[in-house]
Ligand binder design. Structure first.
Ligand SMILES: *Cc1c(COP(=O)(O)O)cnc(C)c1O
Length: 429
């Protein structure tokens, strides 16, 4: 709040397509999809029309003992478009809640199967899974976690496959496979007491948009099977086309035991999340009431009708407009607009996975010594870009582009130009 004494919060009057407009008539290009949720622009005509119809039919209904058309149709769609074997859908109302559901369900599965010694989770260094206490516990970004450490369950944290740390000349695939040895060791040592490994596939978004090769997911799927441990894949940020495929898991041709979805699920309209899981998991809870094996986890707004309808309208756009295929061209244009950063003296790396592109600012390109965080260089990029009508919101010293899929070539160029000027402004002293 103290920052905002000098840089006031911007009240937004309206949104249209990729643009936001404030009360003074200034416009901002939403280059980060309003925190990675917006896929097809603000006030999207198709989603708006679906929501208006839903609003006149049913806004919400208790989701216990009752259900409704949009919830059923969305669950069926999610089962259809997610990897094979994910046949069951559980709704919650935000990403962190989905992570809590997956953790509880995995633990409870083993308990219902008599494996009560399984009580722990394996997570990756630099991971992020949300900010409620369970989700925070399985995350590893110190900025969010450290303060609350005394409140959090104990987890097993394994060094990650983040390819920023690969040796010069080493491929992403080689580095990611090599780093998998550490995961294998952790599984070997702890699998008897471990419920699940939880992972963000391909891109650790909140962890500075660090990326790795799909081979890691392939190896992890095999190892989880070998060691009798669940695989929870958190596609909350990367799902719905962000990595170039509908779901990141597809690039490794794997199916997890649990897949968490939120963010893009409603096209950025309304809070909703879903945990997809297998028949095998479902069956472990399916029993007589007296046996008390049911999964108890409810939120007041679980399966909200408006949110489910927005989800359906969003998936319709993907299917009717062949978005995944069209995004390939957009991703290539984005790569081209970012060529200017490769030889920049303060850029250690430009990395991209599909519709996510990140630029790592450093003090020294050769040693990769970072700028001290206290200097808040990324914040200066943010402030500069806003003054030029582009909403970028760097993660520390990592500038990234994660635009809605309706972005045009000219807009991508504008984003890159403003980012380049913003970087010059941020590093000038
Ligand atoms: C945003 C995010 C979450 C948390 O979702 P919320 O809706 O913000 O609670 C969890 N995991 C990942 C990978 C995310 O990016």
């Amino acid at each position: 709040m103290k920052d905002h004494e000098t840089f006031p919060i911007i009240p937004i009057k309206k949104g249209q397509g990729i643009w936001l407009e404030d009360f003074d008539g200034n416009r901002y290009l939403d280059a980060i999809s309003s925190w990675w949720v917006n896929l097809f622009g603000h006030a999207n005509p198709a989603i708006n029309a679906a929501l208006k119809d839903q609003l006149d039919t049913l806004e919400h209904v208790i989701f216990a003992g009752f259900t409704h058309e949009s919830a059923i149709k969305l669950a069926e769609k999610l089962v259809e478009i997610t990897p094979e074997g994910l046949n069951r859908c559980f709704y919650a109302d935000n990403g962190s809640a989905a992570v809590e559901v997956a953790l509880k369900m995995s633990f409870h599965y083993w308990r219902n199967r008599g494996q009560t010694q399984k009580t722990r989770f394996i997570t990756l260094e630099n991971s992020y899974h949300g900010e409620t206490l369970g989700a925070l516990a399985v995350g590893n970004v110190p900025l969010y976690k450290e303060t609350y450490a005394p409140l959090l369950m104990d987890v097993i944290t394994v060094p990650g496959p983040d390819c920023y740390h690969r040796e010069p000349g080493e491929s992403w695939a080689d580095y990611s496979s090599r780093r998998f040895e550490l995961m294998e060791q952790a599984l070997q040592q702890h699998s008897a007491t471990v419920c699940a490994v939880i992972i963000e596939p391909l891109v650790q978004c909140a962890g500075s948009m660090r990326m790795y090769d799909p081979v890691y997911l392939k190896l992890l799927r095999e190892a989880c099977d070998n060691y009798n441990v669940h695989l929870i894949v958190d596609e909350i940020a990367v799902g719905f086309g962000r990595t170039g495929t509908m779901f990141a898991c597809e690039q490794a041709a794997i199916s997890p035991d649990f897949m968490c979805l939120s963010k893009g699920l409603t096209g950025g309209y309304l809070p909703l999340s879903a945990v997809l899981t297998t028949d095998q998991v479902y069956q472990a809870f399916y029993d007589e009431y007296q046996n008390m094996t049911a999964f108890l986890h409810s939120h007041s707004y679980t399966g909200n009708a408006l949110a489910c309808r927005a989800g359906l309208a969003t998936i319709d756009i993907f299917q009717q407009q062949n978005i995944i295929e069209k995004n390939k061209a957009l991703a290539e244009i984005m790569a081209n607009t970012a060529l200017r950063f490769h030889n920049h003296p303060q850029v250690a790396e430009v990395r991209q996975t599909g519709m996510i592109l990140a630029i790592e600012l450093v003090k020294n390109k050769h040693t990769r010594e970072p700028f001290p965080w206290q200097e808040r260089r990324g914040l200066k990029v943010y402030q500069y870009a806003l003054s030029k009508g582009v909403l970028l919101r760097p993660l520390g010293n990592v500038i990234y582009f994660m635009p809605p899929y309706i972005v045009t070539e000219d807009e991508l160029l504008l984003i890159a130009e403003v980012a380049e000027q913003g970087i010059q402004y941020a590093i000038k002293d």
